[in-house]
Write a protein that binds this ligand. Structure first.
Ligand SMILES: NC(=O)C1=CN([C@@H]2O[C@H](COP(=O)(O)OP(=O)(O)OC[C@H]3O[C@@H](n4cnc5c(N)ncnc54)[C@H](OP(=O)(O)O)[C@@H]3O)[C@@H](O)[C@H]2O)[C@@H](O)CC1
Ligand SMILES: Nc1ncnc2c1ncn2[C@@H]1O[C@H](COP(=O)(O)OP(=O)(O)O)[C@@H](O)[C@H]1O
Ligand SMILES: [Mg+2]
Length: 275
């Protein structure tokens, strides 16, 4: 297992070229947030905007529109139940994040079907939270796209059928290979399984054990993958930065809240871009 280093992150987050515009830094669609879990998609969307994605659109339940816009005017919104609008928007972006706070009811399942039917080979698809459980429960066939799963240990157990106590590097690697996807297995010392390698994060700690922490990471990964050309480097760097910021805050805080990490992303990226 390779340890993720600061140098890997610094090599990914580069100073921006001047002859650029918002279209140069990725177009991302985040899908999630039912009537119960609006906070999840607010965190994912915010993390994506603060991570520098050029254009972020949020497909969510309409009950979340006002709260989302009050926190984050930079994102655009669509109703995730409007199938035609959803299809059009999926075709209009280079990266999709699906799952944070999506829920697992029939509406959620229909949305996930639409994503899987519409996504193209060249697009990045981050599958998180409820969407991972829907894939596992309904044994869904994965589309041909650049897929990244971001399960915590229980979600990985449901998807891979490997019990948490048995989630060894070799077993995880075998399932990652079968899935044809990158797997970010979230836990203390998160592990990232790609086609090429296995990486370990040696940052992060229990101050991060707060609901919404993974929703935030999903937005960061989405934004990094949307704007940086090397998918593997982007996933590793987003995962590192998330815990790097948390550890800095945890020096003076007992707990670290997801929105506090989000607020620090632009400064932390600037720090790495100057290395
Ligand atoms: N503000 C919002 O709107 C929020 C919305 N959210 C949204 O809710 C949806 C459901 O996601 P979820 O993660 O909350 O539920 P689920 O998948 O059932 O997992 C929990 C079960 O797994 C177990 N467990 C074992 N190991 C574990 C580990 N390493 N990490 C974590 N859990 C571990 C754990 O064990 P226990 O706590 O019982 O010890 C428990 O039995 C999803 O869409 C998400 O985006 C949340 O993000 C919260 C904020
Ligand atoms: N004790 C811990 N040590 C390191 N990281 C942790 C710890 N507890 C939680 N985290 C991190 O917090 C995030 C939790 O993700 P997840 O369970 O999906 O949260 P949620 O769905 O509530 O947003 C992961 O990135 C995980 O690595
Ligand atoms: Mg989660």
């Amino acid at each position: 297992m390779k340890v993720i280093t600061q140098a890997m992150v610094a090599a990914t987050i580069k100073k921006r070229a001047v002859e650029t515009h918002k279209g140069s830094f990725g177009k991302l669609l985040v899908i999630g947030g039912n009537a119960q879990y609006g906070g999840a998609i607010i965190l994912t969307s915010s993390a994506a905007v603060y991570s520098g994605c050029g254009l972020v659109t949020t497909a969510t339940h309409p009950t979340n529109f006002a709260s989302l816009h009050a926190r984050l005017p930079e994102t655009m919104v669509i109703d995730f139940q409007e199938n035609k609008a959803l299809i059009k928007m999926i075709k209009n972006v280079n990266t999709v994040v699906v799952g944070p706070g999506l829920g697992e009811d029939s509406v959620a399942l229909k949305i996930l079907h639409t994503v899987f039917q519409t996504i193209q080979t060249s697009q990045h698809l981050i599958i998180d939270g409820s969407a991972i459980d829907l894939v596992a429960t309904h044994n869904l066939k994965l589309p041909d796209a650049k897929i990244i799963f971001t399960p915590h240990q229980m979600e990985w157990q449901r998807l891979s059928t490997i019990p948490i106590s048995d989630q060894t590097e070799n077993k995880n690697k075998l399932t990652q290979h079968k899935l044809h996807a990158t797997v970010v297995l979230k836990k203390h010392h998160t592990e990232i399984y790609t086609d090429q390698s296995v990486y370990q994060l040696q940052l992060g700690g229990p101050a991060m054990a707060t609901g919404g922490m993974g929703d935030t990471l999903a937005g960061m990964i989405g934004a990094f993958v949307a704007q940086f050309s090397d998918q593997e480097a982007a996933v590793i760097s987003a995962t590192y930065l998330h815990s790097f910021i948390a550890d800095n805050l945890a020096e003076s805080q007992y707990v670290v809240l997801p929105h506090q990490i989000i607020n620090q992303i632009p400064q932390a990226m600037s720090q790495f871009a100057r290395k």
